[in-house]
Design a protein around this ligand. Structure first.
Ligand code: NAP
Length: 332
């Protein structure tokens, strides 16, 4: 049995863990799993994944990390392997004076997961720069391009139509040469007054803000935000505002508003609460941490307690952002 890397630092093993450096390696790992009649899982660094138990099949670790930058008249096309670490891509492009991804600095995980998850932070989402995604059909061995990823809030076609039986091998980003800073979020607002603002100052600010609030998974296992921010009807938010005037709300449409999941969890008194070896982070209620040799089940149980209490107190359902894996694979 082989250990499966994951940023929660939960101990989980697979029948076999295979390093992937070429697309053909994915196919042979998959075919091996078929021959053995065991499940197959392609993984990056396991930054958004909770293992509830050992995995009974083959894990393929994605190291497809080629990078090609094509300069066009008014934009760059960035062709990047799906195993390239997102935070390294942001830093590499910035070093080459290609600006735009700085709000997405330091987000854990690979470029492939960034597309699946449509990662977002500080008012910018992956979708803003998505040009196309190359997908491998594991059954036929064919590669094809997806232009319309149907991106939504932490959602994409790669969580639906192209989930089972498909893997992402390459992502192409389109980044305009004309840099446009996005400074609409709290910590970044102050930068709007800066003369000679550069993408580097935005990058530094985002890194500072993230490091101040989020635990480093190498020091304290975690998977970033555990839950998505819930979107509710404006009427429901208006009713909640009567009892909770401080409740932060962010309009999404004429009838819907986004609530801050971390605020709801904090309000239920969960900061620092423990369940076995898992606990809610002291500084950021949206993050569950592995404080003391937590099992996947400790983390799952704590998450369920949070969901039940938030539902009880606010009538709001929290949906996990983290994906849960059992012995057979992804749990819906
Ligand atoms: P925060 O500033 O404490 O705000 C809490 C939530 O309110 C955020 O999640 C954000 O939603 C929303 N929000 C804040 N200002 C907003 C605005 N001007 N317009 C619309 N929505 C607003 O958030 P934080 O925890 O420090 O996180 C800062 C950013 O980094 C957020 O965008 C967050 O999503 C991102 N982040 C993501 C992860 C992850 O693991 N996925 C982890 C940490 C931080 P949104 O989440 O929809 O932006």
């Amino acid at each position: 049995m082989n250990s499966i890397p994951n940023t929660f630092g939960v101990i989980a093993r697979a029948l076999e863990v295979i390093d992937i450096h070429h697309v053909k390696d994915i196919l042979s790992a998959y075919q091996k799993s078929q021959a053995l009649h065991v499940p197959f899982l392609l993984m990056g660094e396991g930054s958004n994944t909770l293992f509830l138990e050992d995995f009974s099949g083959i894990v393929a670790l994605n190291h497809l990390n080629h990078l090609e930058i094509k300069e066009q008249a008014d934009h760059y096309l960035i062709e990047v392997g799906s195993g390239f670490l997102w935070r390294d891509l942001v830093a590499t492009l910035l070093e080459q004076s290609i600006f735009g991804l700085e709000n997405l600095a330091l987000i854990p995980g690979t470029v492939g997961s960034a597309a699946i998850q449509n990662i977002g932070a500080y008012g910018v989402e992956f979708a803003r720069f998505a040009d196309s995604v190359t997908v491998l059909d594991l059954h036929s061995g064919e590669l094809f391009e997806v232009k319309d990823g149907k991106y939504g809030y932490r959602d994409s076609i790669f969580k639906h139509r192209y989930q089972k039986g498909f893997v992402i091998t390459r992502v192409t980003l389109k980044i305009p040469k004309q840099w446009q800073p996005i400074l609409t979020y709290g910590e970044l607002k102050a930068l709007a007054d800066e003369e000679n603002l550069t993408a580097f100052s935005v990058y530094e600010k985002v890194i500072q803000a993230r490091q101040a609030k989020l635990p480093d998974p190498k020091a304290l296992g975690n998977a970033g935000s555990f839950f998505k921010n819930p979107v509710v009807d404006r009427d429901q938010a208006d009713r909640l505002k009567i009892d909770y005037p401080e409740l932060p709300i962010y309009p999404q449409s004429a009838t819907q508003v986004k609530l801050a999941a971390g605020w709801l969890i904090d309000c239920c008194g969960f900061k620092g609460k423990k369940c076995g070896g898992a606990s809610v982070h002291q500084d950021q209620a949206l993050v569950i941490v592995n404080s003391e040799n937590a099992t996947g089940t400790d983390i799952e149980t704590l998450a369920a307690q949070i969901q039940a209490e938030v539902k009880h107190q606010f009538g709001v359902e929290l949906e996990p952002e983290v994906r849960f894996i059992d012995a057979r694979g992804l749990i819906d």
